[in-house]
Design a binder for this molecule. Structure first.
Ligand SMILES: *Cc1c(COP(=O)(O)O)cnc(C)c1O
Length: 489
């Protein structure tokens, strides 16, 4: 397979693609010039900032190109070969190819590639588990002939069959995701939820505590996986806990699917080998189109395939086609090398930060995430640090840390990830330089004081010229690693 990534495009291809994109933007501009202009500007902005958002990446040009086609015009509710609409043979082809790649790449019995995003994949998975394990009582159980015979009590009983189901997941401040059963999210209304956290001393996931909670609470579902935890998870241990209490093990690998695909996480760290259901996004470390996916054992295959139209809107043929292309890329040795570089670079970044005095949650990383405790290190809230970094051309996001002293809005942490810049070709030396730039910017930042003389949580000042100096240095570094080299609009 010819390799075309964010960092490598052969010059001849680059020329052809440039003229194709120019023509496309011309015809878009004839209809709505502001959209064409924003599209050009977005490429320019992405080229000139240090993208350290742990959930973002740069898809290859073949993946991006696959998304812009007439597959978008086709309705294809149902599953491969069993559609509610006629004329779906080509959608069948792309969906089958995507599912086949997913099954073989991850070693899963079954792959459902229709979910439109990670959240949709989780919703589909929960619905799958509930429909598989919770029997809906028949009318006869209530002595009713039609629904009109049901009393208010009967309705309450029916509702409780679903609502009383229990789930446990990682707490938000330990790095879990809102869709792992938290109140404001629909998952928190579908399930009675409790969370497990990390050890207050080490910041590592405490499997003993997970087991204790599982024994006491007897959940139907144990959710493992995270968005902001800088360490690996032992899924074999989570499986043991699930088996002991008879729970379904669901792993949300949205963040680290690329490390699973690239065989960096294997054995006890391979979620697909141990879970009943695995959900993921396709656009984070996996480097595909914006979308989601659910992998299941054969036991859940029939239920998950009813995702659309039970909880999902009609499948997006153009996105499933792009998933097929991205998954084909993820099966190559080049992708495995990429995944290993993500992890190596993350370690180099951690070392670069720690040797310059930055406190990291868990004192390091062994995945793609570094979680900086900017409150202990620089006296800044996450919000101030995130903004000061953005002023300096460094794009990150603020994040809670365990037992966060500044709450979930201002936070005390900044989360940074290596997948995107690794796609541009950065190695350990460049990530050491990134660490230096981050420390330069944050050391020069001080919280502004409020009218009453207290330290503010949002406003800040940066010493004269430092933001510009860091921005220029970042741009110089990025200049050596062009994004989509040769693509000129
Ligand atoms: C990003 C993420 C999601 C949500 O993905 P979307 O595609 O934004 O819906 C779900 N779960 C976890 C763990 C994530 O990190």
């Amino acid at each position: 397979m010819s390799e075309s990534t964010a960092a490598h495009i052969d010059p001849e291809t680059a020329q052809k693609v440039s003229s194709a994109y120019r023509s496309m933007l011309d015809i878009i501009g004839e209809v709505e010039p502001r959209v064409a202009q924003a599209t050009r500007q977005e490429l320019d902005d992405q080229r000139h900032s240090l993208k350290l958002i742990a959930s973002e990446n740069y898809a290859s040009l073949p993946v991006l190109a696959t998304m812009g086609t007439w597959f978008s015009d086709k309705y294809a509710e149902g599953t491969i070969g069993h559609r509610f609409y006629a004329g779906c043979q080509n959608v069948d082809t792309v969906e089958s190819v995507a599912a086949e790649h997913a099954r073989e790449l991850f070693g899963a019995d079954h792959a459902y590639v229709q979910p439109h995003s990670g959240i949709d994949a989780n919703l589909t998975a929960y619905w799958t588990i509930l429909s598989h394990h919770v029997e809906t009582p028949g009318l006869e159980e209530f002595g009713a002939r039609t629904v009109n015979d049901l009393t208010q009590d009967d309705w309450d009983t029916l509702r409780r069959r679903f609502n009383d189901q229990r789930a446990i997941g990682m707490s938000l401040d330990a790095g879990g995701h809102l869709t792992h059963g938290f109140r404001p999210n629909i998952s928190g209304k579908m399930f009675d939820q409790r969370s497990y956290g990390t050890d207050p001393e080490t910041g590592y996931l405490d499997y003993g505590k997970v087991a204790e909670l599982a024994r006491e609470f007897k959940p139907l579902v144990i959710v493992a996986g995270y968005s902001a935890y800088p360490r690996r998870v032992n899924f074999a241990k989570m499986r043991e806990i699930a088996d002991e209490v008879g729970a379904v093990l669901m792993v949300d690998m949205a963040h680290f699917a690329g490390l699973v695909a690239g065989k960096v996480f294997t054995g006890d760290e391979d979620p697909v080998a141990h879970a009943d259901i695995v959900t993921t996004t396709t656009h984070k470390s996996l480097r595909g189109p914006r979308g989601g996916m659910v992998l299941t054992t054969n036991e859940y295959a029939g239920d998950v395939d009813r995702g659309c139209p039970m909880v999902l809107g009609g499948p997006l043929g153009h996105i499933m086609a792009a998933k097929a292309v991205a998954l084909a890329e993820a099966r190559t040795q080049a992708f495995r090398d990429y995944a290993q570089r993500i992890a190596d670079n993350s370690k180099a970044l951690a070392e670069g930060l720690m040797k310059r005095g930055v406190k990291l949650v868990t004192d390091g990383t062994d995945n793609h995430i570094n979680l900086l405790d900017v409150f202990s290190s620089f006296g800044l809230t996450g919000r101030q640090a995130e903004s000061a970094l953005l002023d300096s051309g460094v794009v990150t996001n603020r994040n809670s840390i365990p037992a966060d002293p500044n709450g979930a809005w201002y936070t005390s942490g900044v989360r940074i990830g290596t997948p995107a810049l690794t796609s541009r070709g950065f190695g350990p030396d460049e990530f050491d330089r990134v660490a230096e730039l981050i420390v330069t910017a944050l050391s020069a930042t001080t919280p502004a004081t409020t009218a009453s003389g207290k330290r503010g949580k949002a406003k800040y000042t940066i010493a004269d010229g430092v933001a510009q100096q860091v921005h220029d240095a970042a741009d110089e570094l990025l200049g050596n690693f062009p994004l989509y080299p040769g693509l000129e609009l």
